[in-house]
Design a protein around this ligand. Structure first.
Ligand code: CA
Length: 224
């Protein structure tokens, strides 16, 4: 699992990164609100640890921008201030959990496990878009009476596209999310799988298409 740490106190950010890596997570860091938002929007993170007091864009503003763009990555907010108003603002802007500094390492890891578990629990049995239904448990894509089986990579790519309809997902994001840091794959693999998916959409006679925007990415579209 991949966690984003947005924290301007570099020493604390490094400590958190070490802690997460020791606990078996992969972790990236951003040291201000703008960089944090850019990384968070990529959609490649399973959770975000977000400081409140940040340069350029504070944690509340970042979170609001992220949620208003439809990104539901779970967020654990950190703050030095423990007052009630902050907590309420944090929860109102869409934070999943609130932790006051200073905290114990074990406490942070426990909070992280909680929000990751909660996220896993709310994955729906079926994802729907246009005339399509995706059944992740059965690795099956259906349109009306027709169904096709999906390979594991096709399923992973489609799940990402189904969960992010309305926004383009970059080739890099798909590559990282589906293949991780496997050096043997590259952008051509994404293109190859997009063409497999297109063939299946045509087998299903679906009106949904995988739209490509050059240098931006892919998204699912229905004819308007
Ligand atoms: Ca700070």
């Amino acid at each position: 699992m991949r966690i984003l740490i947005v924290e301007d106190e570099k020493r604390l950010a490094m400590t958190l990164k070490d802690l997460l890596e020791q606990a078996g997570y992969q972790a990236d860091m951003a040291f201000d609100g703008n960089d944090g938002l850019e990384l968070a929007k990529s959609g490649i993170y399973d959770a975000i640890i977000l400081d409140v007091m940040l340069p350029l864009l504070n944690g509340f503003q970042l979170l609001k921008a992220l949620r208003s763009g439809g990104q539901m990555t779970p967020v654990l907010m950190l703050t030095a201030r423990g007052d009630l108003a902050d907590r309420v603002t944090g929860l109102d802007s869409g934070a999943d959990y609130y932790l006051t500094k200073p905290f114990e390492n074990q406490e942070l890891l426990a909070c992280l496990r909680t929000i990751l578990r909660r996220q896993a629990a709310i994955v729906p049995d079926f994802l729907e878009f246009g005339d399509l239904t995706l059944n992740p448990a059965a690795s099956q894509l259906s349109c009306g009476e027709r169904s096709v089986a999906l390979s594991s990579k096709e399923l992973e790519m489609l799940t990402i596209l189904f969960k992010n309809t309305g926004q383009f997902i970059s080739k890099e994001t798909l590559l990282l999310k589906v293949w991780g840091y496997d050096a043997s794959v590259n952008a051509n693999s994404v293109e190859a799988y997009v063409s497999f998916i297109r063939k299946k959409l045509s087998l299903l006679h679906s009106s949904v298409s995988v739209k490509v925007a050059r240098n931006i990415g892919y998204r699912l579209e229905v004819p308007s």
